[in-house]
Design a protein around this ligand. Structure first.
Ligand code: G1P
Length: 271
């Protein structure tokens, strides 16, 4: 069973400047709801019991969002509005399952994962990148099914335009296991178009083994001076650890860029 999920939230959000100079991008509304709530709901619906948020001092706004009790209590006392009570109840429900850890120096996704080391209890855990929304079908849930079937690590995969490979982690594929699952031989972070082994990209959902911490501990920064989870995954594959790329069937929305962010509200409004 996969019971714990981690969500890296310490990123600077430079692709959404100037908004992110004062605001946590994960709290920006997407069709009236913070993007982060879609991610939390995906976890809950997939059976996750605890979510670890990796934040930073700059992103304390995220913690405040879940710990603003005085504000709600005063408001409920003044206005006896059931809608306000309902919002507060929802926040309290989320809060029960959230734990905060800190990554004050945003050195990359690999470094963010390492910060959760002492809290991960089981052999495998889920990671979701909050820029990547997947709607219509719960991607984490179907990845957990793949994980149960093959007893392996699983990552979300999507075909992308070959011209855009340098924006993604790209898979080296091995054999096809069924309609949606491929065994992978490797993964390269943001390759140049001529170095890309395929056009299958990593999307931000990962079922990772606890063993990954052993690789992360000694990992040096690579592409863009960051410590990448992709590099740790490659080291595990070199050690014969089984990783599967899962072609998800939901619709992908990239909320990390301004165009993508604007489009995501439109797409969700259509549901
Ligand atoms: C990260 C990962 C990359 C992956 C992408 C998916 O990149 O490093 O491998 O393809 O998320 O969104 P980032 O978006 O942080 O540049």
């Amino acid at each position: 069973m996969i019971k714990q999920a981690i969500i890296p939230l310490a990123g600077l959000g430079t692709r959404l400047l100037p908004l992110t100079s004062v605001f946590a991008k994960e709290l920006l509304p997407i069709n009236g709801k913070p993007g982060l709530e879609y991610i939390i709901n995906e976890c809950i619906d997939a059976g996750i019991k605890q979510i670890i948020f990796i934040i930073s001092k700059r992103k304390m706004m995220i913690k405040k969002y879940f710990y603003n009790d005085k504000f709600y209590k005063d408001l409920i006392k003044r206005k006896n509005d059931p809608k306000i009570k309902k919002e507060y109840q929802k926040i309290l429900k989320y809060r029960k399952m959230i734990k905060f850890v800190y990554q004050n120096d945003p050195k990359g996704t690999g470094d963010a994962v390492l910060k959760t080391k002492k809290y991960i209890k089981d052999k495998y855990f889920l990671m979701l990148l909050p820029d990547d929304l997947i709607i219509k079908k719960n991607c984490s849930k179907s990845m957990i099914q793949t994980h149960k079937k093959f007893k392996s690590s699983v990552m979300a995969s999507m075909s992308v335009n070959k011209k855009t490979v340098s924006r993604w982690g790209i898979y080296k594929l091995n054999k096809k296991l069924n309609t949606n699952d491929y065994l992978i031989r490797g993964v390269i972070e943001k390759p140049k178009i001529n170095d890309a082994p395929s056009n299958k990209a990593v999307i931000g959902r990962y079922i990772l083994p606890k063993k990954i911490f052993l690789k992360l501990k000694n990992l040096k920064p690579s592409k863009g001076g960051e410590i990448h989870i992709t590099d740790a995954i490659q080291l595990l594959i070199d050690d014969k650890e089984k990783f599967i790329a899962h072609n998800f069937t939901g619709k992908y929305l990239d909320c990390g860029t301004m165009d993508g962010y604007i489009n995501s509200s439109k797409e969700i409004a259509k549901l």
